[in-house]
Design a protein around this ligand. Structure first.
Ligand SMILES: NC(=O)c1ccc[n+]([C@@H]2O[C@H](COP(=O)([O-])OP(=O)(O)OC[C@H]3O[C@@H](n4cnc5c(N)ncnc54)[C@H](O)[C@@H]3O)[C@@H](O)[C@H]2O)c1
Length: 336
């Protein structure tokens, strides 16, 4: 492909693995990030892994002047838009920031892409757009009823992007609804490095097994699932990154906006993940049960059939690989 692929949020967890997958495929990523929730130290690691300098621009994705300069200075063929604020709990306390970055940032980016004549966009959406699923597995045509601020900003950004493609058929957009990405690059050089106490199960298990992080509080033991704990669809971040590559290729020929579920297509309960992680790290995870959190759902997992049919993509790495790679990352320091 001629030109570079802009990865916004490319210093973050998903974006850094996407940048690596692009480089591995012989494509040229360029990262835009403001490092508000990531570390600059990821950049030399990416360059070392890629065997060449991975370029980056430090800027806020809402800064249209900085975006215009970037598109002027670099031949951009397509954009993968990972920059955003995430976290179900965080969204409830910071609605202005979440709407501004997740929706405003997407609008600013689209504005400058339109001016520059760049029409291929892969957007990081989330399974949270579905809210409480009415049936399982969750297909892309399931109702979008997010039950929190974070999910609503993702749905709004999706709506906006669909409106763009309706008004101008030149746009080609893939809306990737991630289920639960976890794990790390097998080199243990890049991985998930949450600032503060992790929100997600696997990084939390890493920290607890690493010591000094107390025990695992499991929210609810009375869900209507086989063992009473919540069930989620975990997919390896490497598989997720490869899904972005497949989406970029798909957009070479596909007009309009298309949503894709990226997940394994099956669920694991919290206790199943804990057991798999204990096997990977050879340590016991101390845990206790606490009441359910409001807004949580019992169980969800993806129907990834559309991604398989149209993107020729399927998550190939299993839960054991997720846990083994996450633990290797933790043993290497688990951060930057
Ligand atoms: N990790 C998950 O579990 C998950 C699940 C579903 C969807 N997503 C979505 O995927 C995307 C990436 O998630 P992640 O897990 O890599 O998160 P992350 O926080 O690790 O990465 C986000 C990156 O965006 C950057 N960023 C934030 N605001 C910015 C701004 N205004 N301008 C420029 N850069 C900015 C951050 O510095 C960070 O490097 C997000 O949009 C997120 O909502 C993530």
């Amino acid at each position: 492909m001629d030109g570079k692929i802009l990865v916004t949020g490319g210093a973050g967890y998903v974006g850094s693995h996407v940048a690596m997958a692009l480089a591995d495929a012989g494509l040229v990523p360029i990262i835009l990030d403001d490092f508000s929730s990531s570390s600059r130290a990821v950049l030399p690691r990416l360059s070392a892994l890629a065997g060449r300098t991975v370029e980056h621009v430090e800027a806020d994705v809402r800064d249209t002047a900085a975006l215009r300069k970037l598109f002027h200075d670099h031949p951009i063929a397509a954009v993968i838009h990972c920059a955003g604020l995430k976290g179900v709990g965080d969204g409830e306390t910071r609605p202005l920031a979440f709407w501004d970055v997740n929706v405003g940032g997407t609008m600013a980016l689209a504005e400058v892409m339109g001016e520059a004549g760049v029409a291929r966009l892969v957007f990081s959406s989330s399974a949270t757009v579905y809210g409480q699923p009415e049936s399982l597995p969750v297909g892309e045509d399931a109702p979008l009823k997010p039950n929190g601020v974070y999910g609503r900003t993702k749905r709004a950004a999706e709506d906006f992007l669909r409106d763009l493609t309706r008004a101008n058929p030149n746009w080609r957009i893939a809306l990737l609804r991630y289920f639960n990405p976890a794990g790390a690059h097998p080199s243990a050089r890049i991985g998930e490095a949450p600032l503060g106490r992790p929100d997600n199960l696997v990084p939390l298990l890493c920290r607890i097994a690493g010591g000094g992080f107390g025990e695992l509080a499991i929210f609810g033991s009375d869900w209507p699932t086989e063992d009473g704990t919540g069930v989620r669809d975990y997919l390896h971040v490497q598989d997720l990154a490869e899904g972005h590559l497949a989406a970029i290729r798909f957009l070479a020929t596909a007009p309009g906006a298309t949503a894709f579920n990226l997940g394994m297509g099956r669920g694991w309960s919290v206790l199943e993940v804990v057991r798999a992680f204990e096997a990977a790290c050879g340590r016991r995870i101390a845990r206790s049960f606490v009441p359910r959190r409001p807004g949580d759902v019992a169980c969800y997992y993806a129907d990834p059939a559309r991604a398989e049919a149209l993107l020729a993509w399927r998550a190939r790495r299993d839960l054991d690989a997720i846990c083994a790679d996450a633990w290797r990352w933790q043993l290497a320091g688990g951060g930057y």
